[in-house]
Design a protein around this ligand. Sequence first.
Ligand code: SAM
Length: 322
Amino acid sequence: MEEEKETEQKDQNTLESQPNSQSTPLSKTAQKKLLKQQKWEAKKAEKKAQMKEQKKKEGERKRKEWEEKLSSCASEEERLKLIESRRELRKERMEKRAEEKEDKVQRLSRAKEFGQNIVIDLEFADLMTNSEIHSLVQQIMYCYAVNRRCTSPGHLWLTGCRGEMKNQLQRLPGFDKWIVEKESQSYIDALQDQKENLVYLTADSETVLDELDLKKIYIIGGLVDRNRWKGITMKKASEQGVQTAKLPIGSYLKMSSSQVLTVNQVVEILLKFVEIKDWKASFFQVIPQRKRGATDSEELQGVDGEELENEDDPSDKKKAMH
Ligand SMILES: C[S@@+](CC[C@H](N)C(=O)[O-])C[C@H]1O[C@@H](n2cnc3c(N)ncnc32)[C@H](O)[C@@H]1O
């Protein structure tokens, strides 16, 4: 039994530690995993098609309703009035949207000067499989969307943004217009004059973060690895002589699994903390309940917690991004 577990673990490690490799024959566990992934993809596609169909029906229903309303008008004058009032409503709605968009742009631009600097270190692409890179890109997209919605957004940096990472990011619609610092250099070069202010966030640090300091620049490892590369960010920061810190999760929560969070969860927690200055509430609102452990569920009542369908891939939340 133990042996079987060990073989399974090895199979998994073999599959996961071969980034971007397609040619090696797949082990049984890897095949199972692939099948599971394919089923998940198929389900996702089906869900998408259903949503599209639903949207189409809703559009048709509204159009019919409008036509009925028009044909029930007693006179041509009444009809024209109705058309005009709808036009006005649409215009107002569009103006409001444009205003909101402009507000967001203003806030993000201000954050460049006054916001909390948060760096996502993108130098780990070689350690990830294609699907892990894809997940990371989805997470970054989510981070940007969350930041855009914040009343006090942070200033996001994507450092080491080159090669495959850059290619995949550039495929995101609107990426060119994102108000973030896109930097091909490593943070250590790009921010060399601020080295004493760099703090690499890593669950393996012995230092516990208790406050956020606006002068500091918090770095998050851009890695989706299901902790296959244990301790890699701690090692990197120590070798570079960069300070490290971990989130104070242990002081507030009893996690049901490890305290290693995904990139988007860490970014979201930092942004929440900037806004509400309360670690516990920030953790509760961002960390999925299943990860937090059952004992906390009572305290959850009344908290607007969101749970990611797939922890590493927040694409299910895309709808909420715009
Ligand atoms: C999926 S984790 C990567 C784990 C990776 N094995 C490592 O050594 O960092 C993504 C990143 O989120 C940040 N992170 C995750 N959990 C954290 C925690 N509890 N405290 C501080 N940072 C954390 C770290 O920057 C980490 O590199």
